[in-house]
Design a protein around this ligand. Structure first.
Ligand code: TYM
Length: 334
């Protein structure tokens, strides 16, 4: 049976990359009838410093985004990662399965730790092992994420395979399928077509936040970096034009049409015509999500009920799996 799982870190504002690369796709999978487990990765968030006074609010904000983007808590399980103890328990065991050499290859650690590796938390280094635990704990079959998580998902498969082999339990952990190829797997910065749109970019102009109002969205798209050429008629014409390609991809993903269809409509036209159309589409698509997020954030009781109920339903699946793992490893069970 299918089981979809994914998570979003509780570390600050959500942006259009999170929406198109992840949130919008979760809803589509849910609406195909696949059971979805979606969590707020608060254990992952604290691998870099988080103000304790803000962390719970950030957690509620991600939960609000799940709900506002169309996830139905009756069908999908929405929960805070730290509320299900099994995540931390399995992560430790899998830390003993994963090899240092595997983690040494993780590019996200290299990017995030930067020049100050020795001052990074140990948690930041072992972050992908916790991510593997998140996924394997639910024996997830498919993991929808943006392209930036691809390496972590491949590591998850390696860890699952080694655990199954080491303990002679073939197929105990199914190898999850990474779904990293959505319509907008890597949304780029509005200021630099070679950088990913990211929460940690110091320039707020580089991204569209899910909490931006219509005027801000319009102004950010108007100022987005482009080149002086009109849009090409075919996709090949975008090959060397990263910024133009990004805006066309955004339009296609927001409108649920192909990039070819966007170029059929706008090919030959300049950004003076395309940008206002993209801005209008972005505002129209995001306004209902933003409004619903605001409504939910103003009444956190509703969010808290969803998270509490989700945590119970998640634990009901995860606890028996971690019990099996403890038995397989040979821990004393009394
Ligand atoms: P996070 O919180 O950085 O991002 C949440 C989701 O948004 C996607 N994403 C993007 N997609 C397209 N373009 C972008 N510019 C862009 N930026 C972010 C991410 O790929 C992700 O799908 N490690 C994960 C959280 C996590 C997780 C998991 C995911 C923890 N455990 C288990 C899946 C399964 C992360 O930091 O995502």
């Amino acid at each position: 049976p299918r089981r979809i799982l994914s998570g979003i870190q509780a570390s600050g504002a959500l942006h259009l990359g999170n929406y198109l690369g992840a949130l919008k796709r979760f809803t589509a999978l849910q609406d195909q009838g696949a059971p979805c487990f979606l969590f707020v990765a608060d254990l992952h968030a604290i691998t870099v410093w988080q103000d304790p006074a803000l962390l719970a609010a950030q957690t509620r904000e991600i939960a609000a985004a799940y709900l506002a983007s169309g996830l139905d808590p009756a069908r999908s399980v929405i929960f805070p990662q730290s509320a299900v103890r099994a995540h931390s328990e399995l992560a430790w065991i899998l830390n003993c399965t994963a090899r240092l050499g595997w983690l040494d290859r993780m590019t996200q650690f290299k990017e995030k730790s930067g020049k100050h590796k020795e001052r990074s938390s140990v948690g930041l280094y072992t972050y992908p092992v916790l991510q593997a635990a998140d996924i394997l704990l639910y024996k997830a079959t498919e993991v929808p994420t943006g392209e930036d998580q691809k390496q972590h998902l491949e590591l998850t498969r390696d860890i699952a395979g080694k655990f199954n082999t080491d303990f002679g339990v073939p197929g105990f952990f199914p190898l999850p399928e990474p779904l990293t190829q959505g319509p907008a797997p890597r949304v780029m910065s509005l200021r630099d077509g070679s950088a990913k749109m990211s929460k940690s970019d110091p320039s707020d102009q580089s991204r569209i936040n899910l909490t931006d109002d219509a005027d801000t969205i319009v102004s950010k798209i108007k100022k987005a970096r482009t080149d002086p050429e009109p849009l090409p008629e075919t996709l090949d014409g975008l090959a060397e034009r990263a910024e133009a390609r990004n805006l066309v991809t955004l339009y296609a993903a927001l409108a649920d049409i192909s990039r070819e269809a966007v170029l059929e409509q706008f090919g030959g036209q300049g950004f003076g015509a395309f940008k206002p159309a993209l801005a209008e589409l972005a505002v129209q698509s995001l306004a209902p999500v933003t409004a619903e997020m605001r409504r939910l954030m103003a009444a956190p009781d509703e969010i808290d009920r969803v998270l509490k109920d989700g945590a119970e339903r998640a634990a009901a699946v995860a606890d028996p799996v971690v019990d099996d793992v403890k038995r397989i490893v040979g821990f004393w069970r009394g």
